[in-house]
Every structure is written in C-alpha cells, then in structure tokens.
Ligand binder design. Structure first.
Ligand code: UD1
Length: 337
C-alpha cells in the first residue's frame, strides 16, 4: 500500500526530481507541480522509467493562487516538499524584485493553501547561503542573515523566517528547513541530472559544458584565497544523498520548526574538483585562473552532525561518485542526440 501522499513543488527541477525518485522508492505517493520555467516535462517520463511509477504532474505556477487551490482541493496531501523558486545568484542581483516577488509570493501562496486545506507538514529547500560570511564549519546554531551577498540568498533567509512565524501562529504545523551545501552529480541511471535552461552559473554545470566543448575552458575565480591550494573550498554533496536526506527529514517531521544542514562536512577546492573530473573522464579539463568573483567566500562547508544524530542521515557518496555519475549523465544525454 502506498504511504501518505507528498506534494512536490518544483518537482521536475534538479533536486526535486531526484527527491521524487527517492520518495517513490521509499513507498510514498508523489504528486509534482512545476511551471517548467527551468525544467522539462519529460523529466516525469524519466522518473517513471527509473521507479516504475508515473507521478501525477500538473503544470502550475505558484503565483497562480486559484490554480494552486484547485490542486489542493483535489490532492489530499499529507506533506508538501517545497523546491520551486528562482535560484540564479547573478540574475537575482540584476533583477531583485523578480526574485523577491516570485520566491516570496510563491511560498506565501503555498502556505495559504496549506492552511486552508489543512496540510500541516512542510519540508523546505533552503541554502547554506543563509549563514552569510561566517567561518566554516557551519552549524545550525549559528546566527543567520549577516553577510548574505545577494537577493536570492535573502529570499531563502526570509522564507525561513516566514515558515518560523507560521509555526508560531499555528502550533499544529510541522516544518523542517534543510540547508543545502553544493549539490552536484546525477542519478546513477543517467536519466536525470542538472539540466539548467540557458547559461549555467554553478561550477559543475560549467565543467559539464567545458567537457562537451560548448565552453572552451573553465575560468577558476581566484587562486589567492587563504585555502590549501588558493582556490575556494566548498562542500559538494551528491544530489542522491541530498534527496535521501529529504526522505529522512520527512520521516522525522514533528510539530514546530527543525533545521538541518545537508552537507558532507568535507571541503573540496575548485582545483580538486577539476582534477577529480579529469581523472574520471580520462581527459584534461581546460581551465585558467582569473580574478575573484564578487561575493565568493574562501571556505564553506557544513558541520553535518545534527542530521546524523537526529535524522540518522549521512552523506555516503564521495567526489569520485559525483564525477562518475555526472559523466554517465553526460554520456546518456549525448547518446540520445
Ligand atoms: C552559489 C551561491 C549560493 C547558492 C549556490 C547554488 C554565492 C555566493 N553563492 O554557491 O548562494 O546556493 O550557488 O546555486 O553566489 N567557480 C569557478 N568558476 C566558475 C564557477 C564557479 O571557479 O565558472 C567556483 C566558485 O568561485 C566557487 C565554486 O566554484 O568557489 C562553486 O561555485 P558555485 O557552483 O557557483 O556555488 P557557490 O558559489 O558555492
């Protein structure tokens, strides 16, 4: 018998689709909402191919409150997992109002529907960006909201606050906020992975484009940081580990707000990532050192102990798995063309 039904907003996106797969594999019934702004409808076919179960999909924009209410009226959801939102850091600096409007209003509409239709369980996709510029390792007791360098990051911080306030006003509400570090990699099937529309901004999608010859070389933003090799250090986490963290969070939801880092606790530098990718592909990855990118921090990595202690979740896949699965995804994409 299917376990309780989960609504996934942004479920055709990178993290949402991997989470849908893990939820279905764990026996949950999943319904996906997406406006397909930065993802493709055929992701649903791929989820069906991986799991043997086709989730119900509705193309809805969270800004369309009337359409969202119709979904809730029919859905009988036990829990909402909220991934939908805009996430391009650079674009958020250029178009702040678009980010505040869409990310905040979309979430507020979702929360209105949850309250109106008696759905009181929420898992929210937040980001380590809320810690701002504090020294790593970052843990959940640290203050947030100082040194956030872009409107995208502020929307995550503000949504966390909105969720906390809703939980105070509605004690029947349970919410878990997951702060992601740097998700990379792809599903082992090679069917789903990161496939952003337009020009990528994050490291791995750019490395993928360089490997495919679509971008001539990777520009490494600075090698004069106070880190072992001078390039920035991040906590890269395999997207399948991240997705499994959502299942663990769901199974532990209880009233009030809980916050967890989802990271590995281990930092890797940009040069280490380049080396690992070259080793996995057997080919050098063209790269050059350029100046620093505004807003980048030298070292960002998680203290992941709380999720392990309370959720029993720990990242298991390493950088070699991340590279191998990224390459497999690229090969599967190329084979289709
Ligand atoms: C960024 C955002 C973060 C967001 C995350 C996922 C900032 C300060 N942080 O994290 O809020 O949650 O993306 O969208 O913008 N790099 C290069 N060359 C490139 C691209 C990246 O050297 O062409 C380096 C960066 O300097 C960084 C690392 O690779 O050290 C990772 O960059 P990126 O993937 O953009 O993630 P973050 O900057 O960590």
């Amino acid at each position: 018998m299917a376990k309780s039904k989960i609504l996934i907003t942004g479920g055709t996106g990178y993290i949402g689709s991997h989470t849908a797969v893990e939820l279905i594999n764990a026996g949950y019934e999943v319904e996906i909402l997406d406006n397909l702004y930065n993802s493709k409808r055929n992701v649903i076919d791929k989820i069906a191919k991986i799991t043997g179960v086709r989730p119900k999909f509705t193309e809805v924009d969270l800004m369309d409150l009337a359409a969202l209410k119709r979904v809730f009226a029919e859905g009988e959801f036990a829990t909402v997992m909220h991934f939908a939102g805009l996430k391009a850091v650079g674009e958020s600096v250029e178009q702040p109002l678009k980010y505040y409007e869409i990310n905040l209003e979309g979430t507020i509409n979702l929360l209105k529907c949850m309250l109106e239709y008696g759905v009181h369980r929420l898992v929210f996709s937040s980001s380590a960006t809320v810690y701002g510029d504090q020294p790593a390792p970052l843990n959940e007791t640290m203050p947030t909201g100082s040194g956030i360098s872009n409107p995208y990051g502020w929307t995550k911080w503000m949504i966390e606050q909105i969720i906390k306030d809703v939980c105070v006003a509605h004690p029947e509400f349970s919410a878990t906020i997951l702060r992601y570090f740097n998700p990379v990699g792809a599903h082992q099937s090679g069917l789903i992975g990161e496939d952003p529309n337009g020009r990528p901004n994050n490291l791995m999608p750019i490395i993928m484009k360089v490997a495919q010859g679509e971008i001539p070389e990777l520009s490494i933003y600075g090698n004069d940081y106070d880190t072992p090799d001078g390039t920035c250090v991040r906590d890269y986490i395999h997207v399948v580990d991240l997705a499994r963290g959502h299942v663990a969070a769901l199974e532990d939801l209880r009233s009030g707000v809980k916050i967890y880092n989802l990271g590995t606790g281990k930092g890797a530098s940009v040069l280490e990532m380049v080396k690992a990718f070259s080793q996995a592909s057997g080919r050098p990855l063209p790269h050059k050192i350029v100046g620093r990118r505004a807003g980048d921090l030298a070292e960002v990595y998680a203290d992941p102990k709380k999720a392990q202690a309370e959720l029993g979740w720990k990242a298991k896949l390493d950088i070699d798995d991340m590279m191998k699965d990224t390459l497999n995804y690229l090969e599967c994409q190329d084979a289709k063309e």
